[in-house]
Structure formats: C-alpha cells, structure tokens
Design a protein around this ligand. Structure first.
Ligand SMILES: Cc1cc2nc3c(=O)[nH]c(=O)nc-3n(C[C@H](O)[C@H](O)[C@H](O)COP(=O)(O)O)c2cc1C
Length: 362
C-alpha cells in the first residue's frame, strides 16, 4: 500500500490511524518535582483531537541521579510522576492517538537537576556551546565527571526500569530511547565527547554500544510486543551543525546495528530532512537509514512544516513523519492538511504550551 499521510500504518503490530506524529518537544511545564499536571494533559490531548495518529512525549528523565536535564522537566521515576502521566496518557488515547514516551538522560548537557549538582558523561570533556537560555540555563556547561562502570550499569537499568513504568504503569503505547541531539547516549556516540579506552569507547560501533545495551535492557523489561524506538541525529542542541566524521559508512553501521538490536523503529532527525546528510553524496540521513535498516520502521523529522514536504518524505523513504514546531503552531496540523486549510506560521514563543494551545485554539 502506498504510504501517504492519511493511510493507516503499523509499528510492531500496533495500528496507527495515520502517518503524522508529534515530534518530542520539551515543554518544562511539569512541577518542580517532575510531575505533569493539567496543563500538560490538555496540551498533549489537543494534538490527538487535532488528528495526529501519534504523539511522542518530551524527553522524560529516568532516574533520581544524573539524568534530569532541565528545571521543570517531567520524569517517569516517582509514583507521583507515573500517576501524573497515567492521566495524560488516558486523555491522549481517549482522543484517538497513540502515545509514546521518550526517555532521556541529559549527561553533560544537564543544566538543572533537583537530585544532583554535578554532571556525568562518557569522558570529562566540557560540552561546547552555552546552556539553553529558553530552558532557564545560563553560561557554559559544567565540566562533567567521567562515568565509572557502576554508574553506566545504573544508567542502563534506569532506562529499562523507566520504560517498564512508562508502559506497564502509565499506559504508554511504547517508548523511544533518546540517543540524539547531544544528550548522554549521543555523547557516547560522538567521537569528541567519548574518549574512553574501555568497551564503551573506540570506533563508531563501540561508541554505539551503550545505546545497544540500553535497547537490550529495555526490550527485556517491556517484552517483544511493545513498541521500542530510538532517536538518532548528527546535530546537537549545543553543536547544531555537527556531522559524523565517519560519513555515510559510519551512519550505515549505526543504522544496521540498531536494526540488529531489534528496535521497532528508527527516528532520524536533521535540520531539513530532505538535504544530503554528508557533503560528498546526495543521500539524506533518512535514505541512508532506509538502505541500512530496510526492515525497520523509519520515522523522519526535520522541517516538514507542510503536507507537501511530509508527503515527499513518505514517498521517498519514511514510514511516518514527526512534526515539531509546525505542530506547536497547529495542534490540528493533520486536520488542516487533510482539508487543505492554511497552516498558521511557526510560533515565536516555542516555550509555552499554554501559548501553543491558545495559538491553535484547540
Ligand atoms: C521547544 C522544543 C523542544 C524540543 N524538545 C525535544 C525533546 O525533548 N526531545 C527531542 O528528541 N527533541 C526535541 N526537540 C526537537 C524536535 O523534536 C525536532 O527535532 C525539531 O523541532 C525539528 O523538527 P521541526 O522542524 O519539525 O520543528 C525540541 C524542539 C523544540 C522546538
């Protein structure tokens, strides 16, 4: 069947009404202790009412150690956090969308954490760039401590335990491991932030091994039937234009290893999904993923602001598309696209879910 925005699709046997997903977006709108409340519930449910087949949550932190990344970020660790999510999940599902929990460990990019005042990373390398001001950060990132084996094992277990809580207690339809955008798992994958000489460092396959171990541990806890995805990027929030020095061959290795690890979907994100991934070739990052992981569902994100751009990715290689900022401006993006209605311009203030709900009048 031709993949088009408004045809149904499946991931690991789970039916999705259409191919439009809301991309994961941190909203820093939980309580100080990471509990999502009514605003968060209303915010997420409005995307379901607006016709999205699925919503991927913002990154939820996974432990009471070093994973929290931003102030007022929600977690999926404490009973209160899980109970908060249970209500949000119910509201989204009642309004007809699938809901996937994104799990994050901030590593060296953590700029606020109620549990720790230090940061950890693969190696003691200070992140490039500046903390994100729109998430209340200021100035340079802290110098992280290099993680020891026990801390790495604990982080793997935190992802797995959080995945189990997300699915079995909060009721999410699946989980997405955040291995993109510069956070802990991407710090292991990235050559200049991972200088380890043990099994977690070395070539690109070795640097991916923490992500692969997390996938294995999560799968063991959630079972074969629950959706498990992974998000991968070259760019980072603190190093937007970063390109993998291993080029296409390195990317192909990463995607093939992720497929072999048994993820149900790979979610690739680039600034503009249709641009060549590397300067010495024409293939997009998504094309390379499609070629190297032909049996895995592919979710594509990045600048797909309107129906034409989204359909072009589905025609080229994507199974699903994830819409970020255009969804903030149009919580009813799928309905508008389906009906040929004008889309609202991208929002100036991407921070506030309240502003985003208001702008969309959902
Ligand atoms: C306000 C905001 C928060 C974001 N938070 C996350 C996040 O928690 N996890 C993640 O993987 N990406 C996050 N992103 C990146 C988006 O998922 C997406 O990759 C990016 O906005 C590009 O897609 P777009 O052009 O459709 O907006 C965020 C983006 C925005 C604008």
């Amino acid at each position: 069947m031709a993949k088009q925005l408004f045809t149904a699709g499946t991931i690991n046997g789970v039916l999705f009404n259409n191919r439009a997903m809301v991309a994961p977006m941190t909203r820093i709108s939980a309580s100080e202790t990471g509990v999502p409340g009514e605003i968060v519930q209303h915010y997420y449910a409005s995307f379901a009412r607006g016709g999205f087949g699925a919503v991927i949550s913002e990154g939820l932190y996974v432990d009471q150690a070093w994973s929290q990344t931003y102030a007022f970020q929600p977690g999926i660790v404490t009973e209160e956090q899980v109970a908060g999510w249970r209500k949000v999940v119910k509201a989204v599902q009642q309004d007809g969308a699938r809901f996937i929990a994104q799990l994050i460990h901030g590593g060296a990019l953590s700029q606020a954490n109620i549990y720790r005042d230090t940061t950890v990373a693969p190696s003691a390398v200070q992140p490039v760039g500046q903390q994100l001001g729109f998430y209340h950060g200021q100035g340079a990132y802290s110098l992280p401590q290099a993680m020891n084996s026990d801390q790495i094992a604990a982080a793997i277990d935190a992802f797995a335990a959080s995945a189990e809580r997300a699915v079995k207690q909060a009721g999410f339809d699946g989980v997405e491991i955040h291995a993109a955008n510069g956070y802990l798992l991407d710090q292991f994958l990235t050559d200049y932030t991972n200088q380890r000489t043990d099994r977690w460092g070395g070539d690109i396959a070795a640097r991916l091994s923490l992500t692969l171990e997390v996938i294995k541990a999560v799968r063991a806890r959630i079972g074969a039937d629950v959706i498990l995805g992974v998000r991968i990027s070259q760019g980072k929030v603190n190093d937007f234009h970063h390109k993998w020095k291993e080029g296409k061959a390195g990317a192909a290795t990463v995607f093939a290893l992720l497929q072999a690890a048994g993820v149900d979907y790979i979610h690739v994100t680039e600034y503009q999904a249709w641009q060549p991934a590397f300067s010495d070739g024409q293939q997009t990052f998504a094309d390379i993923a499609r070629e190297a992981a032909p049996d895995t569902v592919l979710v594509v994100n990045g600048g797909l602001d309107n129906g034409e751009l989204a359909e072009a990715q589905l025609a080229a290689c994507a199974d699903f598309v994830a819409i970020g900022k255009a969804a903030l401006a149009n919580h009813d993006w799928p309905t508008r696209v389906a009906q040929g209605e004008t889309l609202r311009a991208l929002p100036d203030n991407v921070l506030s879910p309240v502003a985003s709900i208001k702008q969309s009048e959902i």
